[in-house]
Design a protein around this ligand. Sequence first.
Ligand SMILES: [Zn+2]
Ligand SMILES: [Zn+2]
Length: 170
Amino acid sequence: MIVRLNLAKMKQIVGSISEFEFKAKTLELHLEREGIDSVGPVRVKGQIENIGDRIFVANGQIELEATELCARCLEETKVRLKINFSFKFSDAILESEDEDIILFNGNVIDLYPQVINEIILNWPSQILCKTDCRGLCPNCGANMNITVCRCKSDNIDPRLAALKQLMKSE
Ligand SMILES: [Zn+2]
Ligand SMILES: [Zn+2]
């Protein structure tokens, strides 16, 4: 996905604003730690403004869809995210040490690293097909949202089973 903004013209005029929109069918991420392989479709939309002092502010929204597996029942689940962003860029060495300002060289800003970073920061910690997903039976593996298996509560959880054994022997 290419998300680059050319500021050659805007640099000349303080107060100038330009709109941008980028779309991609898929965005390959391959983030092993987060378990995200690829997402899509993705849309990055917003506007950038030259606010003076060689500072440019980009405001906008990242919208994306992805198909992931439910953490409990492993069914494919649609994930939809809308992430608002606001980034400040400058091509000047700044005296004020504003840590929020991202430095760039030349006339082109590449939003790609910021977009990836926002997706990681806003990725849900747990993906569920529905909030009350009943998951899989730990005994027979049946999807408990769809069927009621014949497993009795006797052997629900190995840890609970161990506890029951203990109580019996007492
Ligand atoms: Zn589920
Ligand atoms: Zn079962």
